[in-house]
Design a binder for this molecule. Structure first.
Ligand code: HEC
Length: 435
């Protein structure tokens, strides 16, 4: 019998592992006994809600009438073919990333006990290193500036910045309350106008927009069709009151993101949801910006007494995870510490202690070995927060999966057609009850 060993890559032993009598120790689950589903996730390019409903897409009429994507896209290997076609560039990919693969194979296993659901994901990274590093603040001799950008960004494609961005494993969850999600999945949330999408928003448009101004947002991100009077036009937001009613009625999708840098450093996954925007749950995330908005200097640096250095330089990249964790290895930034050009400090500070409320619900254990990520996401059952989907034994959920691989963000991910996840119930992916 093979016991899959998962070691937290965090700097300390995760304290949440101990102290809960009802829950399994996620590091000790015998995954060899749990059935596995093999999915192929593919590169979707800019196949937005609007593109799918345009004459450019042969499935236009059926998509408009609410039919399932897999009604037409179910041939074996369809995901691999689509990804290969889209990733190299064309009408749905104006900024192709050189050499990027078109799809990724994702192995999914699911289990649950009285306390939690456990989702085990495994996939190969394209690079021979894990994407545990994220953007840095770099001293240029005068100022601290962001160093490293995602690979869809022009500055990276033009060679002016290196591609540095964390890997991610995301899951979107609907409990049947979001119209159309069971048929068309994540594509309901992906629209023209969003960041890196077709006809990306302008700052002026956002500043002039009643809804985004009311919710204090400066860009356009995932949204559900129901939050707009015209679902195909992000500018036509409903009122804040109408949207609050949708939320109260559960007409949102949960969005959990395991982030190889910003949540993995403290053995967590973040907790968000999609309604009129891609929102974070109430409370506080496990990560925050490390740049002081006024001075642009870092707020924290490494504690040299603990880790041996207060900053790194570019030649240290990929030679460690380089997490900056407030309660473990960070001290307040000292502007007079003799900074030299090229010194780098993470652009984000991570903290389990500071994470609070509904935003701090999800834990995760992860391990990258032999080119493969292995992530166990731990999601409590029975959550009653206003911004969570409640998972429970016997429940069946519509889910979409996404993997961000090789220093990329936004639409540069690999995605799945919608699947069902059942906790001890018939579904595409069936979670087994742990003994
Ligand atoms: C009525 C059938 C039908 C439905 C339903 C449908 N499509 Fe398509 N779609 C097609 C056809 C036909 C093409 C052209 C390429 C092909 O033959 O696969 C296409 C092309 C695409 C492409 C471009 C890549 C390519 O292979 O050319 C994407 C992406 C896509 N569809 C996504 C979707 C998604 C997502 C949904 C569900 C929201 C969906 N489709 C629903 C028929 C359909």
């Amino acid at each position: 019998m093979r016991l899959l060993k998962l070691v937290p890559v965090a700097l300390g032993i995760a304290t949440w592992l101990v102290g809960s009598a009802l829950a399994a120790d996620p590091a000790k689950i015998d995954w060899a006994k749990v059935p596995a589903s093999s999915l192929t996730l593919f590169y979707p390019g800019q196949s937005t809600y609007e593109w799918l409903r345009s004459p450019a897409h042969p499935g236009m009429a059926m998509v408009k009438s609410g039919k399932a994507c897999v009604m037409c896209h179910s041939d074996p290997g369809v995901e691999k073919d689509k990804g290969a076609k889209l990733v190299v560039g064309g009408p749905l990919e104006p900024m192709p990333v050189k050499g990027k693969n078109g799809s990724v194979d994702l192995k999914v296993q699911a289990a649950y006990d009285d306390k939690n659901a456990y989702l085990h994901f495994q996939w190969k990274t394209q690079q021979p290193f894990p994407g545990t590093e994220h953007q840095y603040l770099r001293f240029d001799g005068k100022e601290w500036k962001v160093y490293g950008y995602p690979k869809l960004d022009k500055v990276v494609q033009e060679g002016k910045q290196p591609g540095i961005y964390e890997d991610r494993m995301s899951i979107m969850i609907d409990d049947g309350k979001v119209a159309g999600f069971s048929k068309q999945g994540c594509w309901l949330t992906c629209h023209d106008g969003e960041r890196d999408s077709r006809n990306q928003f302008t700052k002026e448009e956002v500043a002039a927009n009643a809804l985004l101004t009311a919710i204090k947002k400066s860009d356009v991100r995932k949204y559900l069709p129901d939050t707009r009077t015209d679902p195909s036009d992000w500018k036509t937001g409903k009122s804040v009151e109408e949207i609050a009613k949708l939320k109260a009625d559960g007409k949102f999708v949960d969005l959990i993101q395991w982030r190889a840098h910003r949540s993995n450093a403290v053995s967590m996954a973040d907790d968000g949801y999609v309604l009129e925007w891609r929102l974070g749950d109430a409370g506080k995330d496990m990560f925050g910006g490390n740049a002081d908005p006024k001075t642009h200097q870092p707020k924290f640096m490494w504690d040299a007494k603990k880790v041996g250095y207060k900053s790194i330089t570019a030649d240290q990249l990929r030679k460690g995870d380089h997490f900056l964790v407030r309660e473990q290895n960070a001290v307040p930034f000292d502007p007079n510490a003799g900074w030299k050009e090229g010194d780098m400090i993470p652009d984000y500070i991570v903290s389990r202690e500071d994470a609070k409320g509904s935003a701090a619900d999800n834990n995760a254990l992860a391990n990258w070995k032999d080119g493969m990520w292995s992530v166990v996401l731990v999601r409590p059952l029975g959550l009653t927060n206003a911004d969570d989907k409640t998972l429970k034994a016997g429940g069946v959920y519509n889910v979409g999966f996404a993997v961000h691989d090789d220093n990329i963000t936004t639409r540069g991910h690999f995605v799945s057609f919608v699947k069902t996840l059942g906790l001890g119930a018939k579904a595409d992916i069936e979670a087994v009850k742990l003994p």
